[in-house]
Design a protein around this ligand. Structure first.
Ligand code: NG6
Ligand code: CA
Length: 529
């Protein structure tokens, strides 16, 4: 397609259908025939800004993902909502900032965090006629508390808008280490029921503390409970022998599930939330990827993640669906090396910089906590290239609603801004400001970044200081200019009292009111002038 035709197509998507993103009373689509491409969100776990070939990685190659970047938009200022998993996933799927729900890293026995009565990203897609599925890591809680894993586990993804789910219920390092298919544990033998406890030790299986000689690698105390597949995990579990997953099989199992779901959608458009376990700990790549990088298991897990992406993207190509599928590829938070297991991530790093030149990483309020690789690909439709547009994954909800012609309800995705133009055109502007979260909040406005002091009453997990990551937390306000100081080394709060006050007030206002309300007030003030 020549450039003129391409621009015309993007303009038509934005003008003809994008109007729908304005909120309305009606939950129904307000346009007659918006484009309805399939949408896949590839959500990698803990992938840092510098962890892909196309973002400067050393020591590992990522050809499949790099190809998406080549035939798409490669963003340099795209952000996960938070620097840990649960709050990021919560904001992505609800369009609401996670601090409003006080969403923190959830234990493996936590109840479902998302309100089943609320609108969600998959529900929005269903209103547009999509089939929806989540495959992979969930970590948003399941059930109502005290889950009985031998019975139907509910509420979960099916109760918040997914038609199909095939889950790793919490994280790879937390029990239960079983797959949950819709409401039920896969391959469960009823005569060998599962019990899970995060409080007491269930003595059927050895733990890392009692039997360290059985471990493939050493772990910290929190990760030293039940041993499964030679690796100790957080929490204890007994029973369920036939249902236990084998970590090395994740790529085959999850990519297989994704393909099955794609087939099952038939002629309907689909939304697939493909949520990787990679490159979270424990990093146990399949034999095929062992040694694929020069960085040991962490690098090999990146290679495995790349292969898995390729499996699904190539499948779309084989089925002639590539040009009708919008792919978003990104990560839930920044990178971490030692996250509880002695897998040599630090020792074998070489020249690789997982944070890609930014400061901090997972758990951090500095940029590398949330600035993550972000790629959008939709061959033949979008204006490909590199984009420095600022935006947050919280904005995907309103943007995608706009794309598929769904009008948002008044209380739906209240912090999500329609950034569709930026997602489709590398020359378009991004958001004026975004919120970042990492145990405290930060506000980005252009190149300015204000980090709020750590609240007095905030209790941090006691392991946080041992991660080798700079948290960026302080009891005093911080202000940085990322244009001159991308590494956030010079706190200029004292030199810019007025700007500091403006940004502090803005962030406080966001804590009181939703971003949508604030933007509407802004527009009203502007139109009254
Ligand atoms: C922490 C775990 C860490 C990881 C993290 C969740 C300890 C000491 N650390 O509690 O290993 O599991 O939770 O990571 O237990 S996330 O990417 O899902 O947010
Ligand atoms: Ca994560």
């Amino acid at each position: 397609m020549d450039m003129k035709m391409l621009n015309l197509r993007i303009t038509c998507i934005l003008v003809c259908f994008g109007l729908a993103a304005c909120q309305s009373e009606s939950p129904e689509p307000v346009t007659s025939q918006p484009l309805k491409p399939n949408v896949i969100i590839f959500y990698v776990d803990d992938l840092g800004y510098g962890d892909l070939g196309s973002y400067g990685a050393e020591g590992v190659e990522t050809p499949h993902v790099d190809q998406l970047a080549e035939r798409g938009i490669r963003f340099t200022d795209g952000h996960s909502p938070a620097s840990t998993c649960t709050p990021s996933r919560y904001s992505l799927l609800t369009g609401e900032l996670a601090f409003r729900r006080d969403a923190q890293i959830l234990p493996g026995d936590a109840p479902l965090l998302i309100d089943t009565a609320s609108q969600t990203l998959p529900r929005m897609f269903k209103r547009a006629g999509y089939k929806t599925a989540v495959v992979g890591k969930w970590h948003l809680g399941l059930g109502l508390g005290e889950v009985n894993w031998n019975d139907a586990v509910s509420p979960g993804p099916l109760e918040v808008g997914f038609d199909y789910s095939y889950l790793l219920p919490s994280t790879g390092d937390r029990v239960p280490t079983v797959y949950l298919k819709n409401h039920h544990v896969e391959n469960l033998n009823p005569s060998d029921p599962i019990t899970v406890s995060y409080k007491e030790k269930l003595d059927e299986r050895p733990t890392g503390l009692s039997n360290p000689e059985l471990l493939r690698f050493k772990a910290d105390t929190q990760h030293s409970q039940t041993i499964i597949n030679g690796v100790s995990r957080i929490g204890t579990m007994s029973g369920g022998e036939d249902a236990l997953w084998v970590d090395e099989e994740f790529p085959e199992v999850f990519s297989g599930q994704a393909k099955k779901f794609i087939d099952s959608a038939g002629d309907d458009p689909f939304f697939l939330f493909f949520s990787f376990h990679d490159i979270h700990v424990p990093r146990l790549p399949h034999e095929q990827f062992q040694g694929a990088s020069s960085m040991g298991p962490r690098g090999d897990a990146i290679a495995q993640m790349d292969w898995t992406t390729g499996q699904i993207v190539n499948y779309l190509k084989e089925k002639g669906m590539a040009e009708n599928t919008l792919i978003i590829f990104t990560s839930d938070n920044g990178p971490v090396l030692d996250d509880g297991y002695d897998d040599q991530a630090e020792e074998l790093l070489g020249d690789h910089d997982p944070s890609g030149g930014y400061r901090g990483g997972k758990y951090s309020i500095f940029e590398a906590g949330t600035r993550v690789p972000t790629i959008v690909s939709w061959p033949g439709t979008i204006n490909e290239g590199e984009s420095d547009a600022l935006f947050s994954q919280t904005d995907f909800y309103a943007s995608l609603a706009s794309l598929v012609g769904v009008a948002l309800q008044e209380d739906e995705a209240v912090d999500s801004q329609n950034m569709l133009e930026a997602l489709l055109d590398h020359e378009a502007d991004g958001n004026t400001w975004i919120v970042e979260e990492g145990f405290t909040l930060a506000l980005r406005k252009g190149d300015w970044k204000y980090i709020a002091p750590l609240p007095e009453d905030r209790i941090l997990p006691d392991w946080i200081d041992n991660k080798g990551v700079e948290g960026g937390l302080a009891r005093i306000p911080q202000l940085y200019n990322l244009a001159d100081d991308p590494g956030e080394t010079k706190n200029i709060a004292k030199d810019k009292p007025e700007l500091l006050e403006d940004m502090r007030d803005m962030l406080r206002a966001i804590q009181q009111e939703s971003i949508r309300e604030l933007k509407e007030e802004d527009q009203m003030t502007a139109s009254n002038k």
